[in-house]
Design a binder for this molecule. Structure first.
Ligand SMILES: Nc1ncnc2c1ncn2[C@@H]1O[C@H](COP(=O)(O)OP(=O)(O)O)[C@@H](O)[C@H]1O
Ligand SMILES: [Mg+2]
Length: 167
């Protein structure tokens, strides 16, 4: 039996033991993402946000490197599921820079937005469909998913099937 992935506002946590597991979670979200989905990725430096994006993009046909667009703030990709925009707001000094970037054209379009360091964008960015919080967990990472819309709920990776108890 596979459990339902929750409802808006519920927190669902996954432990990713290594980088490959983080990539797999990214791929699983990509497989469930619909046009226009906004995904915010927050957590300290080195907690796996770009790794997650790499797994997401590779699974929808992007070949080649994925680097955090730290200086350009946004990098567009053409994928099997349509345009995907990868933001990295680490170096954002003022949310005004987002206006200059024309972020609304990205956010209000049908492309999927993946936003590293979304919290640096402040309230201007609004609410995502899915918020993923990354933190260290032993030698791996803890990924906490919070969906804030029905499409966000639908994008949460599947939970492991429950193993039936053996009597
Ligand atoms: N689940 C994980 N367990 C251990 N290391 C991981 C995991 N996910 C990613 N990493 C590693 O953490 C480092 C930083 O990852 P990165 O995705 O660049 O972080 P961020 O974008 O959050 O700064 C990379 O070396 C990556 O391979
Ligand atoms: Mg990064």
């Amino acid at each position: 039996m596979v459990e339902a992935p929750g409802k808006p506002g519920a927190l669902i946590r996954f432990i990713a033991a290594d980088a490959a597991a983080t990539e797999l979670l990214g791929a699983q979200v990509a497989a469930r993402s619909t046009p226009g989905l906004r995904i915010f990725l927050d957590g300290e430096l080195g907690t796996g946000k770009t790794t997650f994006v790499r797994g997401f993009l590779a699974s929808v046909g992007h070949e080649g490197a994925v680097r955090s667009p730290t200086y350009t703030l946004v990098e567009p990709y053409r994928t099997r599921i349509g345009p995907v925009f990868h933001f990295d707001l680490y170096r954002l000094v003022h949310p005004r820079e987002l206006e200059a970037l024309g972020y609304r054209d990205y956010f209000d379009g049908s492309g999927i937005c993946l936003v590293e360091w979304a919290r640096r964008g402040g309230p201007l960015l609004g609410t995502p469909d899915l918020h993923v919080l990354f933190s260290p967990q032993d030698s791996g990472r803890l990924l906490t998913f919070e969906a804030q819309s029905d499409t966000g709920v639908a994008a949460i990776p599947p939970l492991l099937p429950r193993v039936p108890a053996v009597s």
